[in-house]
Write a protein that binds this ligand. Sequence first.
Ligand code: NOJ
Ligand code: CA
Length: 764
Amino acid sequence: MKKLATLFLVLTLASLANVFGGTPVTLKSPDGKLELKFEVVDGVPQYALDREGKPVVLPSKMGFTLEWRDDLAHAFVLKDTKYDSFDETWEPVWGEEAQIRNHYNEMLVTLEQPIGSVESMDHSTEKKATVMQIRFRLYDDGLGFRYEFPMENALVYFWIKEELTEFAMTGDHKAWWIPGDYDTQEYNFTESRLSQIRELWDAGHKDGGWPWTGFSPTGVQTALQMKTDDGLYLNIHEAATLDYPTMHLDLNDKNMVFRAWLSPDATGYKGRLQAPCTSPWRTVMVCTSATDALASRLILNLNEPCALEDVSWIHPVKYMGVWWEMISGKSTWAYTNDFPSVKLGETDYAHATPNGTHGANNANVRRYIDFAAANGFDALLIEGWNIGWEDWYAKQKDFVFDFLTPYPDFDLPALNKYAHEKGIRLIMHHESSASTLNYERWLEKAYTLMNQYGYDAVKGGYVGTIIPFGEGHYSQPINNHYHYCITEAAKHHIMVNSHEAVRPTGLCRTWPNMIGNESAMGTEFRERINPGHTTILPFTRLQGGPMDYTPGIFETDMGKIVPWGQKMKTTICNQLGLYVTFYSPLQMAADFPEHYAQHMDAFQFIKDVAVDWDKSLYLEAEPGAYIVTARHPKLSTLNKAAEGVGTLADGKKGVVSNATKFVYDLPDDATIEDLWHATPHDVWYVGGITDENARDVEVKLDFLKPGVKYEATIYADAKDANGIPDEHYNAQAYTITKKTVTNKSKLKLHMTPCGGFAVSLRAL
Ligand code: NOJ
Ligand code: CA
């Protein structure tokens, strides 16, 4: 009895302490290893995170500064703490595995600035308390928390000046970072200690895309990957960023405290909110190995379940494109050189002189359709099909494209018919030139045109200065624009792949028609991409969603295409490895058909590889160094794109994709009837990539089915291969060997500098 009374007293004191500040309220992860502590210290909310008793995030302040009223940064009392836990397994429409476990413990704290404790211009704080809740979710692999503002509140409409959320690091960690920027994410990563960011920031900032809008010499973007001296892999990012600006981080390099730095809108505000509402989740991933960091689904789990009832029209896509021709400089997007200035509706394209370099011409597009169809692809992207490319770039032009009118040498109906008859869908291209205003003007008509001709995927683009002027690429209004395009596209059953749009935060879970983004430095940067770049992206950019990295370059010496071209830091086998180490349900084979034709044996891997998986294993990895990944294809979506084309009115029936042929061991000329009568073989793909260092890896095949023999086809850098552009550059040297293996076998693989490997495994 005495014991019980003591316990009661302790509990009462504990809860009183919670109300008045002092003793933190705590939450543990399901495995008990992570512990979150929250407390209000002198009216200021703050949190801290430990792992197995050791600090990971030191006490970090939370709150906001606001316009027209006292800040949400002091005078708080803790009114209530509620706990919950959740354990559910969900199935993504596409992804790295068929099932994802969402398992967390939750704590919701309700904070109040009591009536009269703060002031506001509308006097609301004299009549009501200001309520701010913080919802914490603690997973075995990290923390998510967000601010919530219920309607019953002195605070209903409010304008954010700054979000004050801190992430106080425990030391001078190693980090892989890109400079904070309101307009571009297209940067090489810098690997350094946190304390070196300031001295390296300028060099990093010059090494990026355009336009550049930096804000602080210690500003960096998320997802920020770090490694502590104790070997913990920490990652700060955000999840479910909707109706809110994107979060950057600004480092105080005296005490290693990051503070949230939101992207302002044109008037300088960093979010206009209306209760009831929530902020995006702020995330801190904590893993004990790099491979666990790759396997983390923290960001997806913090997003809402699928919002679409019918997802039958969404499918993975392996595609080629009339694209690299323009990126490499061989062709142009523009049709004519006649016009220094184009005015849509006035410029007379019908009588313009063709420049002879326009890539998206009927004959060339047919050539690509033929090649893509002959090699079992699903789709073909064509850029430069529509009028306006003569003065699209860097002119800050509002009425830049109409997304409807083809150039005179691009016969849209005929090319679609031709493609569909061969089992290929065309992917529409909508470069907005960052005029979001203009794009929204045409959006409905443009999507309707796509529906009319059976396009079911669009590649968008936001190159240049955002219009409306003054907005950046990641402000609240522009984030809302990207989201509007996704939700409108869903109404039209259109899948979206946006380049230069905001870096993703897992929204593809909720809107799985968002099948890709670039939103980082991709292959278009050619020789400017640093060695190791692709070993960092899966830890950073890809945490939020798939990347349209556009791999598959076989002619890596661009000087063979145009006189000014330079050598890319890669090898053919490095390019092959990317199809497994990078996850995307939309995967491109980016090079020219004629370049693949010279290496059809190596091209076979790109033909055979699947793009959607029921299982992924991250075998070995270190950011900035190397990644080795194994994946098992998801049979239910393997032929989905091909069957989709078969259902088009003018489509050839019975199309079988090449990955399907590989899994079912069907001949090149197989039809859908052959597929009905075939049984799948157990198939795995393994890919590896390395930075400028050569590396030997041993891949244990213990994930294969016991007692089953598999044929392994191994695509490896040749002994004399070299992806470093020096006098020994030899990027196209590879070997292809076949071996019979079992789950007891180990494959010894050598990766040359900037090299890699790919292996396909099919049960015999
Ligand atoms: C930049 C995109 O990333 C690239 O893929 C595209 O070709 C150009 N913009 C033109 O839209
Ligand atoms: Ca780009």
